[in-house]
Structures are given as structure tokens and as C-alpha cells.
Ligand binder design. Structure first.
Ligand SMILES: [Zn+2]
Length: 475
């Protein structure tokens, strides 16, 4: 039985899919105006594992994730560079995919963009106006009237009276309530604009997710995800829009899943503090699978503290699991049909059960990974015994190996070709060879220089002459 924490009810609930054997998920995507930072990556890695898990359990998964490609931040970035808004959006959508591919995050089934869904967005706003949930302020735009939706605050647990009292948002005097939010913003000079019944303009932020989830997943779907910073106002407003439009406050998402914050060395990440890490920068230092593994070693709802030290720890831990993965490969050709005293498959089955129980308990990847470590240890011990000449039970070993790889495929590791880490000696030997080749060239001994280069190439090492000197890499 799978139990998932639902932000709406503040408790773990048994998951029953709306449609038997199927799972539908909507996760708020990025606003492509800069490189994704590590905090952006967390929900996508989390949902990637959840999707893999459901697929492994035999569900047909449909996963939708939007791109907010029409937004103030994009327009500002475009104006700053003197390029068009879509140049910025396309550039950072490409960068998003590069970062997520490196983290081994599988692509969504659909990536709807605001700019490609204007008609549907305008239609939904019109429907909210028609039903009396929205009103126009000429010259300013169309606003959602929060007082009209009696369930406003149902997700965040906030009350409208308290919000009004504490409202420090700048109040447009023409708004009916300070918390009323824009569905459509009238165009300002120099901004991209689309046609609408209220004149040229562009949508507010929240309406896109209501429109796109309805379009691609229907009136009701199983999961809505995102970072916990989106609970209010973004997700609260999505609910207000969708449920008012559909005339049913039980419509829209059935389970709300929010991941926790990422802190950097125990501090909140911010550009002004200089502790703002993009995925791209981190990937210069660590393989993508290490970053992914680091994220998954903490339960998705807990805060995740990011530091170089903790990433290094994750790298060491992952290397231990990879060693076992390699060991399994090394033993793959070995024949054996003897009974052994150690019931490896039996132990693996027990750990497999514990792994699934952890995942069934609100997708507890941290606990699931610890089962994988236990299996890794058992396989290592067995492999050692085999090496020391003890008899080998092929069937027993194969079952354990299959369970190990099943766990890995849910966590999403061992799927990338990672360059083997260079040991110190290799580095030193390569330095010596490069030095010798440079000396040969200085003495115009081209035959020797070329011979060194060619022999290294045969051995699978490529030399590159760069401005910073000679570099080497494996072919
Ligand atoms: Zn959203």
C-alpha cells in the first residue's frame, strides 16, 4: 500500500489512482531566464524517481511539466541584452535540458509553454469572467476575485481576513481585495503582447498551470508537485482558478506533493549571499549521477543542506555502490551450480521488500537507498568468498544481482557512462610523457614527438594542444 503525504490534508494518505493502472502528474516547471540552480533541480529529480517507481509498479504514467516562457524576468533579461524574449526563453530551455539530462532526469510527456497556449489561457480567463470570479480593470488587466471563491486558502491554510490584515502588497486601489491577483496584464510599451477580449497583453503567472493541466490531464488528475515555496500563492491560486472554472472544489489535483528547501552550508541560498549554485557549475566538479544521488539521499520533504563536503560524501557512497555493480559484471561470465551456505537471493528478497516498503512510505528514497547499501554489502561478501575459491551458486547470485539492478533503475543510477576517476600515478605518468614530447618538439625531433602522440593514441589517450598547454583525455 502506497501512502503519500498530501499538503492539502497535512497527512499521509493511501494513494488510490483516479483511473486504475494510471497515474497523472503535473509539476510546475521553470521560468527560463537563467541557468537552473540546485534548488530548481530538486523537484525534477524527485519526480523522476516517483515516475520511475510508478512505472516499475506497472502504472502507465503521464507527466506534464510547463515552461513559463512569458514572464517579467524573461522580458527584463531580454531588454538587458537587447535581444527578443524568445531568444532568452529558448536559450535557457536548452540549458534546462542539458542540466536535467546530466542529472539523468527523464523527459516529461509534454512540456507546454505559455506562448503556445495563449488561446486556451484566454478562454479560461473568459470563463472565469463569465462565471463572476474575475473582473476587468480597464487599462490594467483582469483580476481574480478571491472573495468569490469560498474555499480560498484551502491548501495553504490561510484565512482571507488574516491575509488582508497582514497584506503589505502594494494595493491597486481599483482591486476589490488586496489579495486579488492578475489573470491578464495589459500590455506595457516594449513588452511582448497577445490579443485578448481585454486588449493586448499577457497572462499572469498562475493561470497557465490551471489551463495546461486541464488541457493535458483533464479536470481531475492524481498529483500536483513543486517546491514548497509554491504552496502560496501559486498553488492556492491555481486551485482557485481551476475549481471555480470547473464548478467543483474537489476537481483539479487530488494529491499535493511539495519538496523541501535546499540550504547552502545551512544558510538559505541567495544571489546576494554569494551562495547561489547553478547545476551547470556543480557539474563541472561532480558527475551528474553524484548530484542526483546526493539529492535522493535525503527524503524529499526534509530540508536538504548542500555543501562541498556533503557532495564529496555522496560521491564516496555512490562509488561504493558502483564497485558492487562492477563486481557483478566481473562475475557475469563465471559458471557455477553448487549449493552455498549463504542464501544470497533470500537476503536480497528481504531487502527488496524493505526497499519497496520505504518507497511506499511517502517515497522515502533515503531509507530505500540504505537497503541498497545492505544488499551491496551482502553481494561484496559473497563475491569475496567466491574469489577465495568457495563454490558458486550462479542462480542464487543472479537473482541478487537482478534485485540490485532493479533498485538502481528506480533510483536512476548506473545509467551514465562515467569516466573512470584518474589515479594519481596515471596523472603523474601522463605529465612525464607530455613533458618528454614537449622536449622532443623543442629539439625539432618530430619523429619522436609524433611517435609519442601516436602510441598514446593507440593506448586510448588523446593529446590536445591548447592555449593553456597540452591536455590529455581518454578517447
Ligand atoms: Zn504552476
Amino acid at each position: 500500500m502506497l501512502r503519500v503525504y498530501n499538503t492539502m490534508t497535512r497527512k499521509k494518505e493511501e494513494f488510490t489512482p483516479l483511473k486504475e493502472g494510471e497515474v497523472s502528474i503535473y509539476c510546475c516547471g521553470v521560468t527560463p531566464y537563467n541557468d537552473s540552480h540546485i534548488g530548481n533541480a530538486r523537484p525534477f529529480v524527485t519526480w523522476d524517481v516517483i515516475r520511475r517507481y510508478f512505472a516499475k509498479k506497472g502504472y502507465k504514467v503521464r507527466y506534464v511539466q510547463n515552461f513559463t516562457d512569458v514572464d517579467d524576468k524573461i522580458i527584463n533579461a531580454a531588454n538587458k541584452e537587447g535581444v527578443s524574449w524568445d531568444t532568452i526563453a529558448n536559450r535557457y530551455i536548452k540549458a534546462y535540458f542539458e542540466a536535467m539530462d546530466a542529472l539523468n532526469v527523464r523527459h516529461a510527456d509534454v512540456y507546454p509553454r505559455v506562448s503556445e497556449n495563449m488561446d486556451a489561457i484566454v478562454k479560461m480567463i473568459q470563463s472565469l469572467v463569465d462565471k463572476g470570479y474575475a473582473y476587468e480593470i480597464p487599462g490594467s488587466g483582469v483580476y481574480y476575485s478571491v472573495e468569490k471563491f469560498s474555499h480560498y486558502g484551502m491548501l495553504s491554510g490561510r484565512k482571507l481576513e488574516d491575509m488582508e490584515a497582514g497584506a503589505r502588497v502594494e494595493v491597486d486601489e481599483k482591486k476589490h481585495h488586496p489579495m486579488d491577483f492578475a489573470l491578464w496584464k495589459a500590455a506595457k510599451p516594449g513588452e511582448p503582447a497577445w490579443d485578448s477580449p481585454w486588449g493586448k497583453g499577457r497572462p499572469g503567472w498562475h493561470i497557465e498551470c490551471s489551463t495546461m493541466s486541464l488541457k493535458y490531464l483533464g479536470e481531475k488528475f492524481d498529483f500536483h508537485g513543486g517546491g514548497s515555496d509554491l504552496i502560496f500563492p501559486h498553488h492556492e491560486n491555481e486551485i482557485a482558478q481551476s475549481c471555480a472554472c470547473l464548478g467543483d472544489h474537489h476537481a483539479f489535483a487530488q494529491h499535493w506533493v511539495h519538496n523541501g528547501f535546499i540550504t547552502i552550508n545551512s544558510e538559505k541560498m541567495s544571489k546576494s549571499k554569494g551562495n547561489f549554485f547553478t547545476v551547470k557549475d556543480i557539474l563541472k566538479e561532480y558527475p551528474g549521477e553524484v548530484v542526483r544521488f546526493f539529492i535522493l539521499q535525503t527524503h524529499y520533504r526534509s530540508p536538504l543542506d548542500f555543501s562541498d563536503e556533503r557532495l564529496k560524501e555522496a560521491q564516496t557512497s555512490l562509488a561504493r555502490l558502483e564497485n558492487t555493480h562492477r563486481l557483478i559484471g566481473e562475475l557475469s561470465g563465471k559458471q557455477g551450480d553448487a549449493e552455498t551456505a549463504m542464501n544470497l537471493a533470500g537476503e536480497a528478497e528481504t531487502l527488496r521488500k524493505a526497499f519497496y516498503e520505504a518507497m511506499d512510505d511517502d517515497f522515502n528514497t533515503a531509507l530505500a537507498i540504505s537497503q541498497m547499501f545492505a544488499l551491496s554489502k551482502a553481494i561484496n561478501i559473497y563475491a569475496q568468498e567466491v574469489e577465495s575459491g568457495t563454490s558458486f551458486d550462479r542462480k542464487d547470485f543472479d537473482r541478487a544481482a537482478a534485485i540490485y539492478s532493479e533498485m538502481a533503475s528506480i533510483i536512476g543510477i548506473f545509467e551514465q557512462e562515467t569516466a573512470p576517476a584518474e589515479d594519481e600515478l596515471t596523472d603523474k605518468l601522463m605529465d612525464i610523457l607530455i613533458e618528454l614530447r614537449q622536449e622532443a618538439r623543442a629539439e625539432k625531433n618530430w619523429a619522436l614527438a609524433d611517435k609519442l602522440r601516436d602510441r598514446l593514441k593507440e593506448a586510448g589517450v588523446i593529446l590536445e594542444d591548447t592555449k593553456a598547454g597540452v591536455r590529455w583525455k581518454r578517447a
